[in-house]
Design a protein around this ligand. Sequence first.
Ligand SMILES: Nc1nc2c(c(=O)[nH]1)N[C@H]1C(S)=C(S)[C@@H](COP(=O)(O)O)O[C@H]1N2
Ligand SMILES: [Mo]
Length: 419
Amino acid sequence: MGWTGPEDLANERIYQTTRTDELLSRRAAELGISRRRLLKMMAAGGASLAMGGLLPRTAGIARAQGSSEPLVVKPTPPEYFIDFGSNQEMRWEAMYGRGYLVPNELFFVRNHTRTPRIDVATWRLKVEGSGVSRPLELTYDELLAMPSTSVIRYVECAGNGRSFFETAYGRKAQGTQWRLGAIGVAEWTGVPLGEVLDRAQVKRTAQDVMPEGLDDLKVRRPMSMTKALADDTLLVYAMNGEPLPPDHGFPVRVLTPGWVGVANVKWVGRIQVSEEPLFSPWNTDSYVLIGPDYEPQPPAKGPVLSDQSIKSALELAWGARLAAGTHLIRGRSWSPFGRISRVEYSVDGGHSWREARLHEPNLAKAGARWDFEWNASPGEQTIRVRATDEAGHAQTEQVPWNEQGYLYNAVVDHPVVVA
Ligand SMILES: Nc1nc2c(c(=O)[nH]1)N[C@H]1C(S)=C(S)[C@@H](COP(=O)(O)O)O[C@H]1N2
Ligand SMILES: [Mo]
């Protein structure tokens, strides 16, 4: 699956959208139904049925112990994902030589519980609370009829890179031991959250906006009015030109570019708007920094996370085996604060650094690809990379310890065996 698109972003986008359209039309014709009806079937959860052989086989679906309900619905083949049950880490090497966007079938999944199956016919989006004058209830069709926009942004888990706390400090931080694959860049299509808040006549005195998921735990997390009204804060219903897949929040998720993954609430069913500051377990107990360098901020146990941090990853297997000789090493860097301005690499343990070639597109809150040639000599080697963004943020040598292992963005040693 996947496609190796041309360098030109516009072409990539057109290509992918067209391709999805072609698949849909062809399958609809085979089934003898209209394209519209097929979309409805997919919306009702019959995606794999409706798409028949066009979708990858459902081998290796993660299931809860003693339950027939999958934790993650899409296929999670081991060549694409590192399996953490309800969490699936993207293998960076699977992105080598692909385009700028991470295809939906390769996009990492992070579920606090499991992917719920939602019937779009009965789904409603409620907007309510002390911060609105006219509480709203929208159907899927009503939301889709509103003015929409598309943006290219990454979504990244706050815990991406967590396993390197153990490498640095000799003990594990709590949570999924991700390396660097809990991130993906996609084109997201939806309605600006601000448009929906407008319809609900949000009050001037409104302070916080809290989207709530329809999953078992009702994952919910507040954001400021400023973040809620940003142009690229969206109620998303399509991802890379396809209806939002179940694992990524079907029918609708929130997109909060640059912010911690958890703020991008999936399967949203309700949005609370309040004149008072809002709290949930996800901004008091978790997604806060707890450690010797951080003070509690009651009712939160530490500083509350909002922005992600600048990071880099190689599109190369962890512990890759390479033949001695010259290789084109590829990777990418991303920052919530702006475009990537410089990427340096070291193949001698940090003694000397050289600049990697940066490629377009290089979008704020989406990142840039880069590459360099490496003449590898036999032995156990490491590759280090550090990025700087246009706002002057750079990856550092160290990140202070925090118990839940968030925002690890120090330079890491990527091991490679050259034979
Ligand atoms: N309702 C709900 N929204 C959620 C989650 C969840 O478990 N439930 N996980 C969050 C976390 S921690 C992350 S990192 C992102 C992951 O998005 P993805 O699974 O589409 O990659 O979704 C966020 N939104
Ligand atoms: Mo996350």
